[in-house]
Ligand binder design. Structure first.
Ligand code: HSE
Length: 396
């Protein structure tokens, strides 16, 4: 069968290179001949060995009966959504690395795939090269998952690692991440937490069966984290990570949040550095399960797209356990009632108004465990006496 790769950017070019250079390995894994048939992009490909496969015409792909799978690596909602929808409706499998598309349109595209007995697969959309999505709907499908916590964005983890290890400036670390091909074309999706938000929305929808909309998830990025926060946290035995969390509450509602968090040195997530991602799953039957690997970058992400192409070409029917639905009502629980400690940094010593605070340095404190409404009240009180510079929850 022929594979059509849509988009020849960082990930798409990696997928083309693997299909071109490892045609026999991919075919043998799929159990049938599989080859690169089309590469669609708005720009010319330049000098690549597969330049003859170049097209700008999606209808040529759609009308070619030899195309079995379309691999979308364009990113963003359009035209990716329209291309995938038409491919599925025309009886072709679709695989994608596009988290925005899966988070927003996953339920609809899975349902179209099911109606046409083909597959819509998206291993590369979360965790880059980590095999994560497939184990969740196969091995852990009946494990009773109750909580998901993860470092889901390689770019921000790379930036925070550089700030932590070398006291590097935020903007220098960001430009390095862009040069290495980790960052999104608009890096605000990374640094403001939207990319992590989309990824935790996908994991939550997949695991608990109903769409959790990214727009409902409170999301904070790393753009306000200063070198001073990182240094103070480090001196007190913590690192700062951008964490995405989702948990199942009693009654079936989900609480999810993306925010920077203090992680105690030595705990599994604290050792996740550079572009690496990790996802810690808590489940009734298995207890904790940790997934770890490169969460961004050309070849790790392309490798997950290739795994989906192989899976799609191998299967003759729709995977029944890979499915979620848009519910009539939101599954999002407005607040989390669990109390947590907060790292507080102020412009003056306000210890007198933080009862039982642990003083970390002259103007930095760890509060006792507090609910979200208690910390809001404290925040107002602190601002009456001085200025709150940072407020970061502690992950436990
Ligand atoms: N910009 C994303 C990241 C790419 O840094 O994690 C992988 O999804």
């Amino acid at each position: 069968m022929k594979i059509a790769v849509l988009g020849h950017g960082t990930v798409g070019s990696g997928v083309c290179e693997i299909l071109w250079n490892k045609k026999s390995e991919v075919s043998s894994a799929a159990g049938k001949p599989v080859e690169l048939g089309y590469v669609l992009d708005i720009k010319d490909l330049g000098s690549v060995p597969y330049s003859e496969e170049f097209t700008k015409d999606f209808s040529a792909i759609l009308s070619d009966p030899e195309v079995g799978t379309v691999a979308e690596c364009i990113g963003g909602l359009e035209p990716a959504y329209s291309y995938i929808k038409s491919a599925l409706e025309n009886g072709k499998n679709a695989v994608t690395s596009n988290k925005e598309l899966v988070a927003e349109k996953g339920a609809e595209l899975l349902s179209i795939a099911r109606a046409h007995n083909v597959n819509f697969l998206f291993e590369a959309s979360v965790g880059g090269g980590i095999p994560l999505i497939r184990p969740l709907y196969t091995s852990l499908n009946a494990a009773g998952i109750t909580e998901i916590s993860g470092i889901l964005n390689g770019t921000t983890n790379y930036i925070l690692t550089k700030m932590f290890r070398f006291g590097e400036d935020y903007s220098d670390a960001l430009s390095d991440a862009q040069k290495l091909g980790y960052a999104e074309s608009d890096p605000s999706a990374d640094v403001l937490g939207w990319d992590s938000c989309r990824k935790i929305a996908i994991l939550s929808s997949l695991v608990w069966g109903r769409t959790l909309k990214p727009s409902e998830i409170p999301t904070e990025g790393i753009d306000k984290i200063t070198a001073e926060d990182v240094k103070t946290a480090e001196q007190c035995g913590f690192s700062i990570k951008l964490l995405a969390r989702a948990k199942l509450l009693s009654g079936g509602k989900i609480f999810a949040k993306v925010s920077p968090a203090l992680v105690k040195n030595g705990s599994p997530l604290s050792t996740v550095s550079d572009v690496f991602n990790a996802v810690l799953i808590k489940a009734e039957t298995t207890g904790e399960v940790l997934f770890y690997g490169k969460g961004a970058g050309k070849m790790p992400t392309a490798s997950s797209v290739i795994a989906d192409i192989i899976e799609a070409e191998k299967l003759d029917e729709n995977i029944k356990s890979l499915f979620w639905e848009d519910g009539a009502q939101s599954v999002f629980a407005g607040t989390d009632s669990a109390a947590k400690k907060y790292f507080i940094r102020t412009d003056s010593d306000v210890s007198a108004i933080i009862p039982k605070a642990e003083k970390l340095s002259e103007n930095a404190f760890l509060t006792p465990a507090m609910t979200e409404s208690e910390i809001s009240v404290l925040e107002e009180k602190i601002n009456e006496h001085g200025k709150l510079l940072s407020k970061i929850p502690v992950y436990e």
